[in-house]
Design a protein around this ligand. Structure first.
Ligand code: B12
Ligand code: SF4
Length: 527
């Protein structure tokens, strides 16, 4: 059985390349289970459309697998249909949220054969086994049962029984949905992604040659950053968010397991800076303390970044109403620093507590502020993203958010609300007629930094002008050199401000941060 995996390029030709962690997990797992395959790495190769078409014309496969996030729908639609045009007999398997959150749409607008939703390692191996040994994927449950969904206007999938975690094209024009697969309990069980299968050199060199890295404060001559997935899922359900592990329990790898991967990456690639690519790396003081204590004991001398709850160190009361003393929270932040953490990412999203409620964020802005103070005291860098344009957004709520950031001296990574499938905001947009043609909407959307849809009572012009006005004010006040106030990193035209000489003082600041995080000035930011 000839298999091809395709790694698409989310932001083709930009200054950063990110190793594809999800794909890395999958290819490693199927390799361990005896499958051989090719990888067409469009991201690393920066391949043109012509190249891709030529490749697919020359190289024939039985199975072609590709996955991406849902914002990449337009490209995925093109790619799937192109594959089917050039090699109609190959089976096309799609994973990640582009399939899993909109299967009803994808099966209508493309010729995809199988969608894998949720955690894919085991599922894809079972699908390969079925194809390899000519077995069926399952059967339709009769009488037919339609699986409810929020993609208005598209026919439902029909309940089936068989390989869990897949939706596939069955007979009689039916799309059969075998239901969710239970997530793996202990994610330590997955093998570490085998980066030998990718052109790691290339991934590391792109940032280096363009003098951009995604290691906070560390220059490209100093940091060799690599990604690690330390946790899957999140304990919250914000109304703008959706990720592949949405329906799975929150799971964290053990510190031993993460440390072993760090050591392996250091040994193989000299990696000394690790980006914890998680939705949520730490959610509670207890487990977080245990984890960083183990890192401190391991005495690795490397650095890392992670994602934490916006109130992990800011909230002074636990769910049972017991107080959490400030010293305890400050102690945790200090331990993060001691363990090598440079920046713990967490998001304000909005400074308006009303909008935070609409977001179901379960965080109050006062806790965010307290966390900023604690992190600064401990020497951790604070950065935040904000979402502008919730339905209840007004000039006043924008001002509420921005004045807090101004006081805290944080330049935000700013985006407009971008309703994504399977989120509360998606349902709102569909129910209220903001999205009438799902295929068109998904084809047109780009990134949250671009204006995609207005669901507020302000006009789009007002919303954009108000947001830009405030960002300009922050940019000027903080002395940032940002030319594009939204795309603060990662894009060719917006990285000039990142090409600054490494500044020892800034690096020192990690250890003793008392001043602001002047976002745009930091070498290597990439939000
Ligand atoms: C790293 C990252 C990035 C990196 C991408 C690096 C890379 N090459 O992978 C960068 C910084 C570029 C990025 C950008 C954006 N990102 Co991002 N990002 C992440 C992050 C933090 C980690 C991804 C990861 O590695 N996860 C860990 C692995 C193990 O999980 P996984 O990727 O889901 O993989 C599993 C399954 O999806 C599946 N799978 C994955 N690939 C494949 C392939 C096949 C063939 C199959 C069968 C299965 C499969 O199997 C894997 C193992 O079980 C996630 C949050 C998260 N934790 O997922 C957000 C996330 C993926 N990003 C998201 C978004 C929205 C964006 C942006 C659009 C934000 C923006 N600025 O507007 C941009 C995209 C820009 C664009 N041009 O479209 C959303 C996606 C939402 C959605 N419903 O699709 C996420 C989920 C965050 C969130 N909750 O909002 N991102
Ligand atoms: S936005 Fe963050 S906290 Fe909210 S559900 Fe998504 S990952 Fe969790």
């Amino acid at each position: 059985m000839k298999i091809l995996f395709i790694n698409p390029a989310l932001r083709q030709g930009t200054d950063h390349l990110y190793l594809p962690v999800g794909l890395g997990y999958i290819v490693t797992y199927v390799k361990q289970h005896g499958y051989k395959f090719d990888i067409l790495d469009i991201d690393a190769g920066n391949y043109s459309t012509e190249y891709i078409e030529q490749y697919l014309t020359k190289n024939k496969y039985d199975v072609i697998c590709l996955g991406s996030i849902v914002t990449h729908y337009a490209w995925m639609k093109w790619a799937i249909n192109k594959i089917k045009e050039l090699q109609p007999s190959s089976k096309v398997i799609v994973g990640n949220s582009v399939g899993g959150s909109i299967p009803e749409v994808l099966f209508q607008t493309t010729k995809v054969d199988i969608v894998i939703y949720g955690e894919a390692e085991i599922t894809i191996t079972e699908v390969f086994d079925a194809i390899n040994y000519n077995k069926s994927f399952g059967e339709i449950i009769e009488p037919y049962v339609e699986v409810p969904h929020a993609n208005k206007g598209y026919p439902a999938t029909i309940k089936g029984d068989g390989i869990k975690g897949i939706i596939y094209r069955g007979g009689k024009n039916l799309i059969i949905n075998n239901g969710k697969r239970k997530a793996v309990k202990n994610i330590d069980d997955f093998p570490f992604p085998d980066w030998e299968l990718f052109d790691v050199e290339k991934y590391l060199k792109v940032g280096e040659s363009k003098k951009t890295s995604h290691a906070w404060f560390y220059g490209t001559d100093e940091a060799i950053p690599m990604p690690i997935n330390t946790a899957r899922g999140c304990v919250f359900k914000c109304t703008f968010c959706h990720y592949v592990f949405w329906h799975d329990p929150y799971r964290h790898r053990s510190a031993e397991n993460v440390i072993a991967e760090m050591k392996q990456l250091n040994k193989k690639y000299n990696a000394n800076f690790f980006n914890f690519w998680d939705e949520l790396s730490f959610h509670k003081i207890g487990p977080a303390t245990k984890f960083v204590d183990q890192l401190i004991d391991a005495d690795l001398k490397w650095h890392w970044t992670c994602a934490v709850r916006a109130d992990l160190m800011g909230k002074d009361i636990d769910p049972k109403g017991n107080p959490i003393p400030r010293e305890e929270r400050l102690e945790l932040a200090k331990k993060f620093v001691k363990a090598g953490c440079v920046s713990a990412g967490y998001s304000l999203e909005s400074g308006s507590d009303k909008i935070l409620e609409d977001m179901n964020k379960k965080v109050k802005s006062k806790y965010f502020k307290e966390q900023v103070h604690i992190c600064r005291e401990a020497g951790l860098i604070t950065n935040t993203s904000i979402i502008v344009g919730y339905p209840s957004e007004t000039k006043e709520t924008i001002a509420e958010t921005m004045t807090q950031l101004e006081e805290l001296r944080i330049y935000p990574s700013t985006g407009y609300l971008l309703p994504l499938p399977e989120t509360g905001m998606w349902n709102h947009a569909i129910e209220n007629g903001f999205i009438k043609d799902i295929d068109k909407y998904l084809t047109d959307i780009t990134e949250r930094q671009d204006f995609n849809l207005n669901m507020t009572k302000m006009t789009q012009k007002e919303l954009e002008e108000e947001t830009s006005k405030w960002l300009q004010q922050l940019n000027d006040k903080f002395g940032n050199p940002l030319k594009d106030l939204f795309k603060t990193g990662g894009e060719n035209q917006n990285t000039a401000h990142q090409v600054t000489e490494r500044d020892k003082a800034k690096i020192e600041r990690n250890k003793n941060v008392t001043e602001d995080l002047n976002y745009g000035k930091v070498s290597g930011t990439m939000r």
